[in-house]
Ligand binder design. Structure first.
Ligand SMILES: O=C(O)CCC(=O)C(=O)O
Length: 378
């Protein structure tokens, strides 16, 4: 079974049907007030812009942890090329995508609901995840190792007659060779890592520990990039593209296309975040919540689907280097923000917990702490 077939069916398989109380509302939920953080203004060092960015981010992160980044300095053309690379990957035949199939317990690779570890409340989506680190070839070499060095262009390996859409895609494919895609993804990850470090400066200022504190902690980050593809769904109100969860990672930088579907749970109800091609949607993850000793919050979010159009989003998940100890800075604790809410941990332990023992939800961090406390120390 694959989405290319079931996306046209009037009735979706039962494993994709969510319980009534978890379903999306037929009418669009109210928009969430997500403040625009002027990253360029902050970076300029202008005192008013710095104070403004720190104040807005502080308010948002104490409340729900979601904000938008504007004037972020990332070239619109680079973002467009990543969306095109995303289209190219997901338009490949299933057998080609499966060359990058995610292995059990691993967070990297291609995953569709048909190949995952769960059998109910399945997400209506396909994803491709890969690692990013300071190693300048990591992304490119991942692609050559999994999908092959000699790919001329994504998606050309098919016998199906070309539709107008496919014709257009093939034209794009002609322009964007596979090599081009790999390079674009590498370049985008590098840009996102840089943006994250700047956001960490804002967060350091807003928490009163100085611009370098969290920035330095995330230098050399070993992060995760994910391409999300949500096919149209003929029973969209019964399905979810991504189920409700908080991100276990530190910071998420998301760019969504113009279709819309991201929702955030604030004040006991769902809110939407409308697409804005010029802005990134950013949210605090569990690991940063622990680093800030719970002052800044991660928040439950999900992606809904629709029956008319496919949707894409691209997410960069900032994660610390694997041997860094996640522990709130002493300076933060000594400002009266005691007692400690979470024990020290290293990111790979939380990642393993979410990959092998727990399906990420609202309580991931608490469940992880309980698991840590119950696991014998070596
Ligand atoms: O596609 C979206 O808007 C949200 C994606 C998301 O939450 C995720 O990939 O963890």
């Amino acid at each position: 079974m694959s989405f290319s077939i079931i996306q046209h069916q009037a009735h979706i398989p039962p494993q994709f049907i969510w319980p009534d109380h978890e379903r999306s509302c037929p009418e669009a939920p109210p928009p969430l007030d997500v403040p625009p953080i002027d990253l360029g203004g902050f970076t300029s060092g202008d005192p008013e812009a710095v104070a403004n960015a720190a104040r807005l981010i502080d308010q948002a992160c104490r409340r729900h942890g979601f904000f938008q980044l504007v004037n972020h300095g990332i070239d619109a053309d680079l973002i467009d090329r990543v969306h095109a690379a995303t289209d190219m990957f997901f338009s490949m035949p299933a057998a080609e995508k499966e060359k990058a199939m995610r292995k059990p317990g691993d967070h990297r690779g291609y995953a569709s609901s048909f190949t995952g570890r769960f059998s109910s409340k399945l997400p209506w989506k396909e994803t491709l995840s890969f690692r990013y680190s300071a190693d300048p070839d990591l992304v490119e070499s991942y692609f050559s190792q999994t999908l092959g060095e000699d790919y001329a262009a994504f998606g050309c390996v098919t016998n199906e007659p070309p539709t107008p859409l496919k014709g257009m895609l093939m034209l794009i494919m002609f322009v964007f060779t596979f090599n081009g895609c790999r390079r674009v993804l590498q370049e985008y990850c590098e840009a996102m890592s840089g943006v994250c470090l700047k956001v960490m400066e804002v967060l350091g200022v807003s928490l009163g520990v100085g611009a370098d504190c969290f920035r330095d902690f995330f230098i050399g980050n070993e992060s995760i990039m994910r391409l999300n593809y949500y096919p149209p769904c003929q029973q969209a109100e019964a399905a979810l593209g991504t189920g409700p969860h908080c991100d276990p990672t530190s910071l998420t930088i998301l760019h969504q296309d113009q279709v819309g579907g991201l929702e955030v749970y604030v004040d006991q109800k769902w809110h939407s975040i409308a697409p804005n091609p010029h802005a990134f949607v950013v949210n605090i993850g569990d690991t940063f919540m622990a680093l800030s000793n719970g002052i800044y919050k991660g928040c439950l979010h999900r992606a809904v689907v629709n029956s008319a159009a496919p949707r894409r989003s691209i997410a960069f998940f900032l994660c610390p280097q694997k041997d860094r100890v996640v522990s709130p800075p002493q300076e933060l604790l000594s400002k009266g923000n005691c007692p400690r809410l979470y024990p020290d941990f290293k990111w790979p332990a939380l990642l393993e917990f979410t990959q092998k023992h727990y399906r990420s939800d609202m309580k991931t961090l608490d469940a992880f702490v309980a698991w840590l406390n119950s696991t014998p120390k070596p």
